[in-house]
Design a protein around this ligand. Structure first.
Ligand code: DP6
Length: 360
């Protein structure tokens, strides 16, 4: 069915509910720089997490007027949040060409995160993917256009991308790649694809422990950070470097080469922050404890010989990456050395996960 046919014939007595839990993800090759309608300047690859989730409930009912506007009420963690509500309204308006029925319904949306409020964890990937999945479930209910898993996931990923680029990858189990790459068949700038078949077992339950080093809101949002890439003198080098790194990472993921994986993950994390530092205006999101913890992790790796690596998102918190089989060996290091450096000892144990789950 063409998008422009997705209009509900008779809306009388319509009401229903859909609920999705959708996870956040951690990119190993980072998406940093975009153009046009939320297209990435380079392909990115990420692990889908298990515990850092957004639960989104969408109640929908008939609207008496269709004025082309979006009619939405929004509660975040049980409370009204005008800033988020406006963002959701703008988002729903922006996807109208893909889901034309969107202005025929009144929406009551409730959203909550499982990770602690203001933990500095970016929630746009989990929240925008959860919402995109709910919209796709509503499309499927009315039009039966997304019956196959592939069609459903593809559209959900595309709609999620339009909300937040990184959200396009959260739709998938385990590992996902977003962005056209000559090295991966079927890859696209429009939506992400699942990478499970390209990944060795050792990476399918990789741990990502997140150490909360600051709860402050980011001084520069990711969206602003992406646009600073437009004038960054290193931008073109970065985009070709990201493609080169992706090529080696894909090989490491296939081979189960954790050392090469770890070295690429760390280089990518530091490249992201280096790009921020050389932006104009320049900014720094790392905190003194970020650098201290990086040094501790590298020193511990050297002395123990264990494969523990770090990554960073667009913020000061450290993500500790390690394979499942060493989890008991590093408990003391985590409890005695890393956890005490966190705000209120706050950390989140996370791991590669199964992807979003429909609750209703
Ligand atoms: C550093 O997806 O949050 O986490 O598309 O503007 O919403 P928008 O940006 P966003 O950027 C994420 C950047 C990153 C790297 C990544 O997840 O690939």
């Amino acid at each position: 069915m063409e998008n422009n046919q997705l209009r509900i014939g008779d809306t009388t007595n319509i009401n229903g509910k859909v609920i999705w839990n959708s996870p956040s993800n951690l990119a190993i090759i980072k998406y940093w720089g975009k153009y046009g309608q939320q297209f990435p300047k380079n392909p990115s690859i990420s692990m889908t997490l298990t515990n850092s989730l957004t639960k989104t409930e969408v109640l929908y009912s008939a609207r008496s007027v269709y004025d082309g506007n979006i009619d939405v009420d929004f509660l975040f963690e049980g409370k009204e949040n005008p800033k988020f509500k406006e963002r959701i309204k703008q988002y729903l308006l922006s996807i109208k060409e893909y889901v034309p029925f969107i202005d025929q319904l009144h929406f009551q949306i409730k959203s909550e995160n499982t990770f602690p409020h203001s933990s500095g964890i970016a929630s746009s990937a989990s929240s925008m993917s959860a919402l995109a999945l709910c919209i796709c479930s509503i499309e499927e209910k009315f039009f039966k256009t997304l019956k196959s898993n592939e069609d459903f996931e593809r559209k959900a990923s595309l709609l999620a991308r339009l909300g937040s680029g990184s959200a396009s990858r959260s739709i998938f189990n385990s590992w996902a790649l977003w962005g056209k790459s000559g090295d991966v068949q079927g890859s696209s700038d429009e939506y992400a694809i699942e990478m499970n078949d390209h990944v060795h077992e050792i990476f399918k339950n990789l741990h990502d422990d997140i150490f909360i080093l600051s709860k402050n809101e980011k001084s520069v949002s990711s969206t602003a950070g992406h646009s600073l890439m437009e004038t960054n003198p290193y931008a073109e080098v970065r985009y070709s470097e990201a493609r080169r790194q992706l090529f080696y990472l894909l090989d490491a993921l296939r081979q189960g080469d954790i050392e090469r994986f770890g070295s690429i993950a760390e280089q990518e994390a530091l490249s992201l922050h280096a790009l921020m530092m050389v932006s104009n205006p320049s900014y720094i999101l790392m905190e003194p404890n970020t650098v201290k913890m990086i040094r501790k992790i590298r020193a511990y790796r050297k002395e123990s010989g264990l494969p523990v690596y770090f990554s960073l998102d667009a913020g000061p918190n450290i993500h500790l990456l390690y394979p499942d089989h060493i989890k008991n060996d590093i408990i003391d290091f985590i409890d005695q050395e890393l956890k005490p450096m966190c705000i209120n000892q706050m950390m989140i144990n996370d791991q590669v996960g199964p992807g979003p789950i429909q609750i209703e």
